[in-house]
Design a protein around this ligand. Structure first.
Ligand code: GUN
Length: 299
């Protein structure tokens, strides 16, 4: 039996609709329109496409969006100063520094990302947000793994009690997804480059998430019959050819449900970013209101 194909578009539309409603509620309740600033340094063509897509989606949903495009030779100090300026701007609720940074400042990526006010960290990469996720009080959660959970929920795939296997231990996908799945009561195994008998371990997964960044790593023999396979990989194998980490054609004959690449879970990442911007704006409005009450209305 061929697997059900989980196309990202319909799920992304539902998530964007809920973000659009969130924007309306913020306007009504606080008189505030959420605002996102994306900083892009240099001219990486893939990053430029991603940033344009974020900007366009904001416009669709009524979120104010600003793109700050800085030259390739921007110094760490100049970038930190820009982040400080945005942190202090109360009309900006979300700040995102597009990765990867140019080679000259790449080594400072952590210092740069950690400078973003955690309340505005719509990527969910700041150690404060990572810590909150780990201890079970999530605030702003990384968009791609949050999109995986949202997709499972919207597709009606049970997580509670399931065996989940994640291939890949990155800070952006594998590690946050471990905590998100564990919080939903899955039994989770994280595999990586040193995992022995990868196929055998992967085959335990009733939910298998491929996030290794290696085209074709996940072959049909690594899939438990009937499993839900989520392919987070985006690998460019030719100028106009993107593939995931999973050998899709073979895997769909074994899996119960599977996401394609392109057109799968990747489409949910931008939608989840929009939700994070709305969430960040809501938290900031509520905090400002609470501070105002504490000062007896002296806002
Ligand atoms: N580059 C590729 N994916 C991402 C992401 O999720 N966030 C940021 N900031 N940059 C990226």
């Amino acid at each position: 039996m061929t697997a059900k194909i989980l196309y990202g578009k319909e799920f992304a539309e539902k998530i964007k609709e809920s973000a659009r409603q969130g924007v309306e509620e913020l306007k009504k309740k606080f008189g505030v329109t959420p605002g996102l600033t994306v900083i892009i340094v240099g001219e990486n063509p893939a990053s430029q496409v991603y940033v344009r897509n974020k900007h366009k989606t904001c416009a669709e949903l009524g979120i104010i969006s600003q793109v700050v495009a800085l030259p390739e030779d921007t110094t760490k100090e100049a970038l930190l100063a820009k982040i400080d300026e945005l942190n202090a701007d109360k009309n900006i609720h979300g700040i995102l520094v597009q990765l990867p940074l140019p080679a000259a400042i790449k080594a400072h990526s952590d210092e740069i990302l950690n400078r973003i006010d955690p309340r505005k960290d719509v990527d969910g990469f700041h150690p404060v947000n990572v810590g909150k996720l780990v201890i079970g009080t999530p605030a702003l959660v990384p968009c791609t793994p949050a999109g995986c959970i949202e997709m499972l929920d919207l597709a009606g795939i049970e997580i509670d009690g399931k065996r989940a296997v994640i291939i890949g231990r990155s800070n952006i996908v594998g590690k946050p997804l471990l905590h998100l799945l564990m919080a939903r009561h899955a039994t989770v195994t994280v595999c990586h480059t040193h995992t022995k008998n990868l196929a055998e371990v992967a085959r335990e997964g009733e939910i298998l998430v491929a996030a290794s960044g290696k085209a074709g790593l996940v072959t049909a023999d690594m899939i438990r019959p009937g499993a839900t396979v989520i392919d987070v990989g985006i690998n460019r194998i030719a100028p106009k050819k993107l593939v995931g980490d999973v050998d899709f054609d073979a895997a769909k004959e074994i899996a119960g449900a599977i996401t394609p690449v392109p057109g799968g879970v990747g489409l949910l990442t931008v939608a989840m970013l929009m939700k994070n911007v709305v969430k960040a704006a809501k938290l900031q409005c509520e905090m400002r209101n609470a501070q105002c009450v504490m000062r007896n209305g002296d806002c």
